[in-house]
Design a protein around this ligand. Sequence first.
Ligand code: GLO
Ligand code: MG
Ligand code: MG
Length: 417
Amino acid sequence: MPNRSAEQQKQQQALVERLFQSCGGSYSPETRRKYYISGPQWAAAYEGQALFHAPTREPVAPAEVMRNFAKIGIGYWTTHDTDVIRTEDLMTDRQAETVAGLKKSLAENGLRCSMVTCETFFHAVWSASPAAESPDVRAYAAERLKNVVRIGHELGAEFAVYWPGTLGYMMQGIMDEPQTLQWFAEALNAACEEDLRVSKQNKSPALKHCLEAKPFEPQGELILPTTDAMIGFIHSGLLTHPEMVGVNPEYLHELMWGGAPRAALARAIVAKKLWHFDVNDGYRLKHDVDLPVAVVNPLDWLNVLMLLRAHGYDGPFNFDYKPPRTTSNWGVFNVSFPSAVDRFITFWEMAGEALADPIIGEAMEALKSGGAAAGAASAQDIFESTKELLTLHELIAHRLVQVLIGSHKGRKFFGAS
Ligand code: GLO
Ligand code: MG
Ligand code: MG
């Protein structure tokens, strides 16, 4: 029996490989490496488990993840502290050994660690959040954040990300929210202070600290549910170093609450806080399915990347998605990551084409010039003067769909003359 299934698996992999190759359109590892694309340890090693799901895949060790990322052409690796170090080994000699091993694997694979993040949502210690009423929990949270900052420096990371997933409640009225926010700020302040200390000591740049919001899940209600809430919090006066703190919006997290991810990103851009970006896809007003980038909302993804290209975003694109649990361990590195990366690059290229498209360009310019209604015209005159121009909105939307499906490059559909 085991032999038979091993044979079947080989045949099935050959089929998947052949069909994937038939899809075509893949980029070389060299091309993929030109983008600031990071692959999370936790995405690659995700075993497919969830509240109602048993795991479907085997665990994958960091060195194995790195080896595969290097082969695919993903140049950067990101990790939670506890993805690679057991909670009980954190801040011990075991941690130092593990971090030294990670540095070695990164170097061997020609990879860099771009971001480190602190797990403050999974372990039982966070059951009442990292800003819990208990001073012991809060002191431990501050130590964990400071430790992540030190690991970040050790691994040469540029960013530290914090997703305070448990900063909220299940039942109303159990906490004093302003007090909880103050406590949460204290942990972040400790992380920034530690960063300043270490970077001064090492004469190395400080990390960029980025807050990530999610509107619901795993708590019933969150205190900082959106990127806008995070930006408000950064400017609340509770942080001692607001200039060191920015945001890491996640595409799906903004969509989940019903927001327009592009508009959320735009608000972070004008606040000069868009430093890091988690890319994935999913559905509005549903749970955090973390699907691979652009498989659900391709037109929106084209638009999001147009915005980021137009405004010179040069931070990382962190592939914070979950390879579907129907994908095998083999499939994670042979189909899931390469196809996600290639779709992303394709959309990035398409966004460039759309921004350079002469039709869209001329339409935008015409709209900006307006109708030239002479000076002190009435509301009705102003309206009349642009009435025909405004049809360009619909024309632009049409053109963007043409870019998406390639008909601007002459792609014809069966039956089209
Ligand atoms: C979960 C979050 C999570 C964070 C990670 C980094 O929904 O997206 O994956 O991005 O913990 O802080
Ligand atoms: Mg995320
Ligand atoms: Mg998510």
